[in-house]
Ligand binder design. Structure first.
Ligand SMILES: [Zn+2]
Length: 255
């Protein structure tokens, strides 16, 4: 379902099929113009990178995806569970997920260890940012409900996609965090502290909420393991760039 596309100068994860006619992608750090430590495809404005470089990187990715850089909606991301429905471009502060039914409008969330989740339903898409706090507070299911409401469908019609994030191989957490998750989402063998697998935790919650397991798709990529491909906030001690998860309904775009 997901492939790391190296055919363009700007390598990115793209969905090989969309159940609902959506454009779905996750960025890597390759193919942009930013200088170290933001090299090279930094898409985050919350960094001290040159704003012009971030703008150029954003336009480069959206154009590669066949989307219009002027039709972009972004989220402020405060590690909460608030979701905003958008009908046009702009930045929505104080929220961690966006949902829309407007074709050609790109929804983007930024990450560098947290997970981005993309949702597609007939006539609606959503993009959500969810780290351990969002996952523990129920962001995956909250975003699922928002996209179902917008599309007027049940969870059995929704496909969900997980982007690169810090995973059970690397993501050490304290016991106070671990105890908020099912044991199936934790790894305790051979490690001094529990490791949390955000994709497993999110999959368990989404399947329990009615999404068929076969409709939860995962890139399988770990931001911490692979410095060539991904920014990692924890590995890089905060001095790093940001990745994007992007979702748009097809139509009314440049392509
Ligand atoms: Zn890893």
């Amino acid at each position: 379902m997901w492939t790391l596309d190296r055919n363009t100068e700007l390598h990115h994860w793209r969905a090989t099929a969309s159940a609902c006619g959506a454009v779905l992608a996750f960025s890597t750090r390759r193919g942009g113009v930013s200088l170290p430590p933001f090299d090279t495809l930094n898409l985050g404005r919350s960094t001290v990178d040159e704003p012009d470089a971030v703008s150029a990187n954003r336009a480069r990715l959206l154009t590669t995806l066949g989307l219009d850089p002027a039709k972009l909606a972004t989220a402020g991301q405060v590690h909460g569970t608030r979701i905003v429905e958008v009908t046009g471009p702009g930045h929505q502060s104080e929220c961690d997920a966006l949902v829309t039914s407007v074709p050609g409008l790109a929804l983007a969330v930024t990450t560098a260890d947290c997970m981005s989740l993309l949702f597609e339903a007939p006539g609606a898409v959503a993009a959500a940012h969810s780290g351990w706090r969002g996952a523990a507070d129920g962001m995956p299911v909250a975003a699922l409900r928002a996209v179902c409401e917008r599309a007027g469908c049940g969870p059995e019609r929704v496909h969900v996609h997980f982007g690169p994030c810090n995973r059970g191989c690397c993501y050490e957490v304290g016991e106070e965090v671990a105890e908020r998750f099912p044991e199936a989402a934790l790894r305790r063998d051979g490690v001094p502290k529990p490791h949390l697998d955000l994709p497993t935790a999110s999959r368990i919650a989404l399947v329990a909420a009615g999404v068929p397991d076969a409709q939860v798709h995962d890139t399988g990529a770990c931001t911490s393991c692979e410095p060539y491909w991904y920014f990692s906030h924890r590995r890089d001690a905060g001095r790093t760039g940001r990745l994007w998860g992007v979702a748009a309904l097809a139509g009314n775009s440049r392509r």
